[in-house]
Design a protein around this ligand. Structure first.
Ligand SMILES: NC(=O)c1ccc[n+]([C@@H]2O[C@H](COP(=O)([O-])OP(=O)(O)OC[C@H]3O[C@@H](n4cnc5c(N)ncnc54)[C@H](OP(=O)(O)O)[C@@H]3O)[C@@H](O)[C@H]2O)c1
Length: 266
């Protein structure tokens, strides 16, 4: 293998990427980070007005970003999305960021069959199918990188998150399996596992000041994460600079998942 120079190891110029759920939160930051490193990016979301607002704003910033309205929990929407991606990028895709995921917080005994299916379909079945659809495009590109947005809930137990945690645990295992199954095609597979990141998904639960204090108590770095702090790791995992890293799930959690017992007041 020829050794690329430093500039090309830290650049995504000439590469193409799909980021699901790019209009807000972590996905939005990932779109900007990948585009900032020179990639052409396609993204999707359900809300058309919000999607087009983002696309206009990225265009003004000089980023090359296109988008599709798509609900990734729908099989037909996913197929249409991948047709769009194939058409925009001429059948080549270097980067697939499976970012969309949702949460329903309640004790596991209270889950209805429908709620269980909804979470499984949105968080796991959809990304499994997205990977199947993207595979020929990733392979055709010659250098592929898949990154999943997992969660610390896939490693440690979190209150009222047994189903969501199970979907993220499944993602973590898929990350490892794809790393081995697709290495022959020069496609890497990694995941990022955030703890609390300040986004629209968690603003309601974090509006509770006492709960927020408990989050800070449990987090060695004593603050929430910012979406850009996840996006920078995702970009790194897509850069040629990380070309020997595959099958890894990396926490972006201010130390939360390694925190045994460090009392705040001792
Ligand atoms: N924020 C955290 O603290 C945290 C912690 C751990 C893990 N995570 C994970 O990080 C990922 C992103 O979370 P976030 O906090 O950035 O969420 P967010 O702020 O709620 O943003 C979600 C994005 O995904 C889009 N989206 C949601 N459902 C979709 C669907 N069914 N089809 C297509 N697009 C959809 C949304 O647009 P539309 O609503 O218009 O569709 C929006 O662009 C999730 O997988 C989540 O589990 C987040």
């Amino acid at each position: 293998m020829s050794k690329p120079n430093r500039a090309s190891r830290w650049s995504l110029h000439g590469m193409t990427g799909l980021v699901t759920g790019g209009t807000r939160g972590i996905g939005h930051a990932i779109v900007e980070e990948l585009a900032g490193f020179g990639a052409r990016v396609h993204t999707c979301a359900r809300n058309e007005a919000e999607l087009y607002k983002c696309l206009r704003s990225w265009e003004k910033e000089g980023f090359i970003v296109t988008g599709s309205v798509c609900d990734v929990s729908s099989r037909t929407d996913r197929e249409k999305l991948m047709e769009d991606v194939s058409s925009v990028f001429n059948g080549n895709l270097n980067i697939l960021i499976n970012n969309v995921g949702r949460n329903i917080r309640k004790p596991m005994v209270d889950f209805t069959a429908e709620e269980f299916s909804t979470l499984m379909a949105t968080n796991f079945e959809s990304i499994f199918h997205m990977c199947q659809l993207a595979y020929p495009l990733l392979k055709a590109s010659g250098t592929g990188s898949v990154v999943f947005t997992s969660s610390v809930s896939g490693f440690v137990s979190l209150k009222s998150m047994s189903v969501q945690g199970a979907t993220k645990g499944a993602i973590n295992q898929l990350t490892k399996n794809l790393a081995c199954e697709w290495a022959k095609d020069n496609i890497r597979s990694n995941a990022v596992a955030p703890w609390y990141i300040r986004t629209s998904m968690v603003e309601q639960v974090l509006a509770n000041k006492e709960y927020l204090e408990e989050v800070f108590d449990r987090t060695p770095i004593r603050r929430l994460g910012d979406p850009t702090e996840v996006a920078s790791l995702v970009a790194f995992l897509c850069l040629p600079a990380s070309s020997y890293i595959t099958g890894q799930i990396i926490c972006v959690d201010g130390g939360m998942s390694v925190n045994g017992f460090y009392p705040r007041h001792d």
